[in-house]
Design a protein around this ligand. Structure first.
Ligand code: ZN
Length: 306
């Protein structure tokens, strides 16, 4: 029997977040609807953060309000504190993702408080989510390395994951936020976190392709037993004007690798490639993903002839 891998589409949030231009709300809604039409059932649609710090996400409430909600889709809102959580629930998100950075320095830069404070906020959010009937998960960010502290000790990541697991989330993710990880590290870290948190907690992995190891890392995670991966359509997520583009792993490329590797994803790859092309037009520049350029294989001959 084919094993299923669930893909969480993060293009509308992690992907767009560092785009230099703000995508109009209507285009964001079209992006999300296209992803759903291609088979995505779990999408990080926006984040509820300070609009002064992340102007791209200032229309979080309007995006949620503009979507035709389907009961079979999880509309995930990323939050960094209780205030963001309250906004996300009010806006109609049926899943909340919280991020806690393994590196204290990075957490302070990103969220204005230390890792311990963010873990405390997560424990409060998880409880509030349960009361509100909204499912909640948490991501341990910079788990493979930090731009300020350098190498991230496995013991530190495991400790943060274990403390986050005390809230009883359905899932914990480990994220290579800056794209420095390699497959051997993935194998090691997944095993360590798996051993440290209860078996009832599912594991998810989040990779960036900054150093071109993203897909190899995704494959290593799957082999290590991870059944859910984050990816962004077209591999967007890096600012084209920044010296170090930091795009997420491209969803099309991931679906191609997994499908031909014998895994079911539920995603219509051709429809997703079309979405990648639409994204290129909408952003006005090429996207990093390779399948958008190279196309699916095998191709349908009749389609090419026509
Ligand atoms: Zn990310």
């Amino acid at each position: 029997m084919m094993r299923s891998i669930e893909i969480v589409e993060v293009g509308p949030r992690d992907g767009l977040q560092s785009e230099p231009g703000v995508m109009p709300t209507a285009a964001k809604i079209e992006f999300i609807e296209r992803l759903i039409a291609a088979g995505s059932r779990r999408i990080e649609v926006t984040s509820f953060v300070n609009p002064k710090r992340v102007p791209q996400m200032a229309d979080a409430e309007q995006v949620l309000a503009g979507l035709t909600k389907r009961p079979d889709v999880h509309y995930v809102g990323l939050v960094l504190n209780r205030k963001g959580f309250d906004r996300a629930v009010a806006a109609g998100c049926n899943e909340i993702g919280m991020a806690v950075v393994a590196s204290d320095t990075f957490n302070r830069r990103n969220q204005g408080v230390g890792t311990d404070e963010s873990i405390a906020a997560w424990l409060d959010i998880a409880q509030a989510a349960r009361a509100a009937g909204v499912r909640a998960q948490v991501t341990v960010s910079a788990a493979f390395g930090c731009p300020f502290e350098g190498e991230m000790p496995i013991a530190r990541v495991v400790d943060v994951a274990r403390r986050c697991a005390e809230a009883g989330p359905f899932e914990i993710a480990i994220a290579d936020t800056i794209g420095v990880g390699v497959p051997t590290q993935v194998t090691e870290l997944v095993a360590a976190v798996r051993a440290a948190v209860p078996a009832s907690v599912r594991l998810r992995a989040h990779f960036h392709n900054t150093r071109n190891t993203g897909l190899a890392n995704a494959w290593a995670a799957v082999q290590a037993g991870v059944a859910t991966l984050d990816a962004s359509a077209g591999g967007i997520g890096g600012c084209p004007f920044a010296p170090a583009a930091t795009g997420n792993i491209p969803t099309e490329d991931l679906v191609y690798m997994l499908t031909r590797g014998g895994y079911a994803t539920g995603i219509d790859l051709d429809a997703l490639i079309e979405t990648g092309k639409w994204l290129q037009q909408t952003l006005g520049r090429p996207v990093p993903g390779m399948l958008v350029k190279a196309g699916n294989f095998p191709r349908i001959v009749a389609e090419r002839a026509a």
